[in-house]
Design a protein. Sequence first.
Length: 134
Amino acid sequence: AARRQAERGESDGEDRDTGHPGSVARRDALASRPARWNMDAITLRNRLLIATTMWKEATNEPLPRMPPGDPAEQIRAFELKLVDILFTQATPSTARDVADRTWDLVHDRPEDDPVKQRVVEGHEALARLAKLGE
């Protein structure tokens, strides 16, 4: 009977937390989270996925250990380390590719983003390096 009431959107007046993903308490808890939190978590996960993929393509070193702390700060530090490694490994023949790859990492970020600022600064050096290869 309770299932049929729930399917029709009716309630018997008792909200139960069944632990089921569709339970009222779980739904209310998820709804009360700010949308920004959900988006930030998704954005951070995507940034980490992109950075780890680029790391694995760029080096044979294991992923660096991250100190405990704020996930956004951890990912930012990892991305900065990745960008530094990519810039260090650049040669006159790979400078343009490195510039493209690092720009793909940060192109949609605000101008005050520390990783984007590092990439923009590094692109000047990459441009000079690419001219050597011409």
